[in-house]
Design a protein around this ligand. Structure first.
Ligand code: PHE
Length: 469
């Protein structure tokens, strides 16, 4: 191996020249590492921060049921398609779709399905890193014992104090951004592999512990009923759309992330099996987060629909009361930051791989350019909570608008184009070879779902969002 290619292999996708052979882009060292990376991408703030608060806002059980249905019927088939496109295309999402379009003799304009994903991921990252910054700032706050003995009101005030300070938000967001860019710039694979090996089991054990604590001290049964007994009268049409959007968000779909990770996947790995396992791990973490948080919400007389601050207000109350709470809480927020980082990395990789492969930028330059742009864009989200809180677009702050636009429109739109491309543009035989599902019936089921069920469901979302149905 030449120096250049060994660096490339070490940094994943570090090939700086467009013409370099795909082998030099580097591959995951094993199927297990791909599984870790994809799970690391999927599991993040979406599971622990977003899932509980949108479940709370949308009335609980019925929303959870719809969300689970979306994961099963739309999320998993699309996840498989994205990974397949990445692996067969062996490029950044834009290049991969273009290559497969050419292979199918179709118009390369389909590449929009790829670059739109990269753009969406980029936009998401700009607000994602701000929320990850909240978690980061909670590490010292928790460790120093600030939360000891606080109740709901005091905890809420501490959180509002954080949001009111642009300086603290900028510093924390910048640190998260810098860490993400450092890892992406100097070795996605090594960094990911190391952090994920400990993170995933660690996060899981800690969450289980928190569920146990919440079960003993909080209103566990009320929480279980809230999460798992569907009350369909609480379900609005909008809730259904939010559940679908969140299925995209939590599985990292429609954002280029799974495509680009698929592009580093060695041949011979079962895409179907891995996708199911990733979705399963992701769902379990989200449900555990819900089971840890809602007993505390009800036990402390808080509102389930309190909004984005939900976990930052409720969990500290528990950390302030339990034995060794400072340490447990500190550890929890450390893990949350790492979980967010492993997602942030996958949000930034598509656009960085795109800049290096399409425009021949060095990886360092690509990291600096996207880091700079992201930093500026993130200020909009930071100021949404303080200086610009009163400037609203359609009744939403900049932060909320960006979240709404990306999660409810851009991700499903990218997903729709991806399923249409896979199901109707690519040749069935090519897809059959590329996906590698050996069981005929299973392939058929996936293929039918992908061609009809998934696009139809997404179109319904759009019609509903635009008020047409
Ligand atoms: N799935 C991540 C989470 O749940 C967020 C994400 C979205 C990551 C899109 C990559 C792409 O936190």
């Amino acid at each position: 191996m030449t120096d250049k290619s060994s660096i490339a292999a070490g940094t994943l996708g570090g090939a700086s020249v467009r013409t370099q052979q795909s082998a030099a882009r580097g591959l995951w060292s094993s199927r297990w590492v791909f599984f870790l990376a994809a799970t690391g991408s999927a599991v993040g703030l979406g599971n622990i921060w977003k899932f509980p608060y949108i479940t709370g806002e949308n009335g609980g059980g019925a929303f959870v049921l719809v969300y689970l249905g979306c994961i099963l019927l739309i999320g998993i088939p699309l996840l498989m398609a994205e990974v397949m496109i990445g692996r067969r295309g062996r490029q950044n999402p834009d290049g991969a779709v273009a290559r497969l379009a050419r292979e199918a003799g179709a118009n390369t304009k389909w590449r929009v399905a790829g670059w739109l994903g990269g753009l969406t991921g980029f936009l998401i990252l700009s607000f994602y890193l701000v929320v990850a910054g909240w978690a980061l700032s909670y590490i010292p706050t928790t460790l120093s014992g600030t939360f000891s003995g606080v109740g709901g009101d005091a905890s809420g005030e501490l959180f509002n104090g954080l949001l009111a300070s642009p300086m603290r938000l900028i510093v924390c967001g910048t640190l998260v951004l810098a860490a993400t860019m450092l890892i992406v710039g100097f070795g996605v694979r090594g960094g990911l592999e190391r952090s994920l090996r400990f993170l995933m089991p660690g996060l899981f054990v800690l969450l289980l512990g928190l569920v146990g604590y919440a079960a003993v001290t909080g209103e566990f049964l009320q929480a279980l009923a809230f999460l798992f007994v569907p009350d369909f009268s609480a379900l609005t049409a909008t809730s259904v759309l939010i559940a679908l959007g969140h299925a995209f968000f939590t599985l990292s779909l429609g954002a280029g992330a799974m495509m680009v990770y698929g592009s580093y996947l060695p041949e011979g790995t079962s895409i179907a099996k891995t996708s199911v396992l990733v979705a399963l791990a992701d769902t379990v973490v989200a449900l555990l987060a819900g089971m840890a948080i809602f007993p505390l919400v009800f036990g402390n007389g808080l509102e389930p629909g309190a909004g984005p601050g939900l976990i930052f207000v409720t969990l500290p109350i528990a950390f302030g009361q339990m034995p060794l709470g400072q340490v447990v809480g500190g550890l929890f927020f450390v893990m949350l930051v790492i979980a967010a980082l492993t997602s942030a990395i996958s949000l930034s990789e598509p656009s960085i791989a795109w800049m290096t492969e399409r425009f021949g930028l060095s990886r360092l330059k690509a990291v600096l350019v996207s880091g700079g742009l992201l930093w500026v864009l993130s200020l909009g989200s930071v100021f949404s909570f303080n200086l610009w809180a009163d400037y609203q677009l359609f009744g939403k702050t900049f932060f909320d608008s960006l979240d709404y636009l990306t999660t409810n429109w851009l991700m499903p739109l990218g997903g729709l184009m991806t399923v249409l491309f896979t199901g109707w543009v690519m040749k069935e035989q090519t897809v059959r070879d590329a996906i590698g599902i050996r069981h005929g019936g299973l392939f058929r089921a996936w293929w039918l779902l992908l061609r009809f069920g998934t696009p139809l469901a997404i179109v319904l979302v759009f019609l509903n969002l635009s008020g047409l149905i």
